[in-house]
Design a protein around this ligand. Structure first.
Ligand code: 5GP
Length: 235
């Protein structure tokens, strides 16, 4: 499948059209940004790790019955995906306090939550992805009530599948961000699932194995992505 026209360039990925109108090529860059792109850098080979990690996790979710945009891996940095209409709501699933939730509620990081917490953020960098609820989403017509019910159910299912998978490679899934889209009238999972979009902590040592190493200047960033890649492909 060859790339035709670039139709979108985001912070970490580029989308190209193909000769099939319903399929796109998703290209993964090494560029890294944080804090609404006020911090910028490059993580060597991140695009390769994120492409392959996302492909493996999408396959896992597909086998568990989750509808996904992923069609197949094309090469080191590219995957073929279904062309969706992205819903401008970022869904965050949290199992343990960290990051934005700790900051917002004045909580230490690392507290196990009694139940998974779902958060919705309006996808808008200039507004810093503000927290919104179902009422905002429906009132602003970002998605319907029925679509949000489906998104919530799928997000919790994805959490269960991923939590079990990562436990097998001694990784605690702290939290992650998902994006969904509409394809032929149905809600399907889009975007990526990678160390860019998840918090992964080594279950024995608590070591951070994700983009927080870049966000917080912890060093050994490439090593963390490579370590997650190795563990994910060890089973
Ligand atoms: P937080 O809200 O604590 O900053 O992020 C929660 C989780 O969602 C983290 O795993 C983080 O990586 C992911 N996340 C939230 N918003 C974004 C975003 O805009 N970009 C990326 N790459 N990940 C995000």
């Amino acid at each position: 499948m060859t790339k035709l026209e670039k139709i979108y360039e985001g912070k970490a990925k580029i989308l190209y059209t193909t000769k099939k109108p319903h399929l796109l090529i998703q290209y993964f860059k090494d560029d890294a940004t944080a804090f609404d792109a006020t911090k910028r850098g490059t993580i060597l080979e991140k695009g390769i790790y994120n492409n392959k990690i996302s492909a493996k996790l999408f396959e896992l979710l597909k086998n568990a019955g989750v509808p996904i945009h992923f069609v197949r891996l094309l090469n080191d940095r590219e995957m073929l995906v279904k062309k969706v209409e992205i819903i401008p709501v970022e869904v965050t699933v949290r199992n343990i306090t960290a990051g934005g939730m700790s900051k917002m509620l004045g909580l230490a990081e690392g507290i196990k939550l009694e139940k998974p917490v779902l958060e919705y953020h309006y996808k808008n960098d200039s507004l810093h992805d503000p927290l919104i609820n179902d009422d905002h989403i429906q009132a602003l017509k970002l998605a319907t009530e029925k679509e949000m019910k489906k998104i919530a159910r799928l997000s919790l299912k994805i959490n269960e599948v991923l939590k079990d998978f990562f436990a097998k490679v001694n990784v605690t899934l702290v939290d992650f961000k998902l994006e969904f889209g509409r394809f032929k009238g149905k809600i399907i999972l889009a975007d990526e699932i990678s160390p860019d979009t998840c918090r992964f902590w080594d279950s024995s040592t608590g070591e951070k194995l994700d983009k927080d190493r870049f966000r917080r200047d912890l060093g050994n960033i490439e090593e963390a992505y490579k370590e997650m890649y190795k563990r994910i492909f060890s089973i």
